[in-house]
Design a protein around this ligand. Sequence first.
Ligand code: MN
Length: 729
Amino acid sequence: MNAPAKVRIEDILDRVERYRPDMDEVLLRHAYVFAANRHQGQVRRSGEAYLIHPLSVAWILADMELDEVAIAAGLLHDILEDTETSPEEMELEFGPVVTRLVVALTKLSSFESKYESREATEAENFRRLLLASTDDVRVILVKLADRLHNMRTLGFLRPERQVAIARETLDIYAPIANRLGIGSIKAELEDLCFRYLHPQDAERLEKAIGQRSQAAEKWFGDLKVTLDGILEKAGIAGTVEGRIKHLYSIWQKLKRQGVEVESVFDFLAFRIIVSSVADCYAAMGLIHQQWPPVPGRIKDYIAIPKPNAYQSLHTTVIGPEGHPFEIQIRTEDMHAIAEHGIAAHWSYKERGSQPADDSRIAWLRGLLDTTQGSSPREFLDSLKVDLYPEEVYCFTPRGDVFSFPRGATVLDFAYRIHTDVGHHCVGATVNGRWVPLKTELNNGDIVEVSTSNQQKPHHDWLDIAASGRARSKIRAWLKREEKDRAEEVGRKLLEKELRRLGKSWKRVAGCKEMEELLKARGMASEETLLAAIGFGRLAAPAVAEELAGTAEAGREPALPASVAPIAFRKEAPVLEVTGDSDFLVYRAKCCNPLPGEEIVGYVTRGKGVAVHSRSCPNVQKLLYHPEREIEVRWADGAVSERSPKIRIELDMRFRDRAGLLAAISQVVAREGSNILSCNLHTADGALGTVTMTVEVRDKDHLNRIMDKLRGVEGMVDVERRGAFRRVAP
Ligand code: MN
C-alpha cells in the first residue's frame, strides 16, 4: 500500500488495526507523543520537521504488518542517538523490550568505539546490530525501514554523501533484505540506489520503458486473456498479473547480455497466483503445452526453496511471434513470503515469539560465528561475499543439497561439509569424473570430495574459494600459521640480539622491563611481541636494547630494521601514516589509488608502506595479515591545481556514431585533463569500444570526467580499468 503524502499517527493506527484488531493503541500513541516531544524543534535536511522520519519508518513497518513493539521501536528509533534521552528513562516509559530494540539500533559514537577509523567503527556498529538481530529479528527490520526512508529522501544530501550511502545500501542493506526474503524492500532499495549510482542509465531505461508502454499494454492484455483461458478451462482458480520488472533487475540483465532494451519482452513478466501447490505444477504443465519452454530456464523453487525460503515455479516460454517471456507461478502463502519474507512469518506468530529454527536467522547466526574474532574489515568482507544470492545447487552422493554463490568451486563444497574436509581437500569426483579443487560447480552436480592428510591450505586458495564461509576458514588457518611462523622468526632474531648484549630470552621473559615494554606498546603477550618482530613491525635490536636496559632514553624501538626512515617527498606530501610519519609511503601499482579514495596501508618487507585502494582485489588477499595493516590517510589539502596528475585508464562502450571521438576529447579538455593515449574499435552490429588514458588529480576529478563522458550521446558504459569487480554479479 502506498504511503500517504504525509504520514500521521492516525494513518498508522488505521493500518495496524486492519491486521491486528486488538492492537495495543496506548503503546503506539505513547511512543508517538514521546517522540514528538523529544524531536521537537529538530529539522531534517529537507526542511521538514524531524518527526516525519520516525513516522514514515513506523508506516513502513505497519505496511509489513509487524507488531506494535516493532512499530513503537520505529517511532522511537532515533531518540537515544539524537536527543537527550537515556536508556534508563526509556525503560521506565516503555519497558525492557522496546528499549532493547532501540538500544540495539543506536550507534556507538566514535568516542565510545575502540577503533580509530570511521570505517572500522561503522563495521563494528553493524556487527552489533546483526548480533542483536539474531536474538530479535525486529532490530534489522526497523533498520531496513529506517534505511528505506532515508533512501527515499536522499536527494536532500550532498552528492558525495548520496553516492556513498547508495553504495553502502546496494552492497549491504539490499542484499540483507534479500537474504531475509523481503522482496518488496529489496526491490525498492535497489531501484533507489540505481538512480543515484547510475543516473544516466536509469534515465535512459525509464525513457525506453515509457516509449514502449503502449505496446506493453496491448501485449499484456492479449496474453492475459490467453492465460486466464488456460486456467479456466482446467478449472484452476487463480489470478494472472502482468508486471514490469523492477528497473535495477532489467538493467542487470541487459548489462549481462550487453544489449539495449529492444522490446517489451525484456521488461515485462507474468505472475500467476493459485491456491495450491498441485495447481502450481498443473498450471505450468498447461502453459508449456501452449508455448514451448526455453530449455534450462525452468526453475523449481518449490521443491528446492531458495536459502531465504522463497518458493515459486519460474519458467520462460517462447510466446507469440517467437518472443520469449517469463512467468512465475506460486500460491498465496508463497507470495506473502516472497514479498515480506521473515516479516510475513513474524506477523503470523504470537507477539514476542521468534521462529527459532528459521533458516534465515540461522544464516545470520552462522555468518557471525564464522567471523568471530576477525577485524571489522574482515567481517565486512565476509559479509559482502556471503550476501550474494546463492545460485548454484549441488548434491552429496547421499542426496543432501547445498547452495552456493555463483562461481563457487569444489573447494567451497569441501568447506561446506566440514572445516577439516576443506583443509585437506585435494579434489573431487563430480558426476563420476575426477576434477581439481578450482573446478567451478554447476547446478545439479553430484560432488564427492577427496582428502589427503598431506594437504593443507595455501594462500591462493583465497582466489579459488567464493563463499564467505570457506574464505574465512582459510584465512583463519593462514593467519594462525603465519603468526606461528612470525613468532618463530621473531624469537630467533630477538635471541640473537639479546646474546649480543649478553642476555638470553629465558632471562628476559617475564622480567620487569618486558612487562613495561608490553604495556607501553599495548600488547597482550610476549607472543604478540615476537610476532611483531617477525612481521617486521618492530626492530629486534631496539627491542633487545630496551629489554636489556641499555636503550638510550626516549628512543622508540618502532621502526622495522629494514625500512629506511625516509619521509615522503617534500613536494608532494599526499599520504600520511596515522601516528607515525617515518615510513616510506607509496601508492600501489595494482590499483593506483587516487586522492579522495578509501585507502588501506600495508607494511611491506623492506619497501615501506604500500597504499592500496580499499576495493583493490589484492587487499582482499592481504586481509589475513591484519598485523601488517597500518592506518593511512590522504593529507589534508593534499590536492591542488598544481598537484602531480595521475594516469588512469578508462574503458568505454558506445553505439557507433560520427563525431564521437571529438565529443570525448572535448569533454576531457573541458574538465582540464589530457588524453595521453586512445584506442578505438568498432565492429558491425556490436557496441564499439574505446580504451583511453587520461590524467586526473583526484577521485572527484575522475568522477566528474566519467560523469560527463557518460552523458556523451551514444555512450553506453564508462568504467575505470581494473575497477573492483564482485565475486558474483
Ligand atoms: Mn533514522
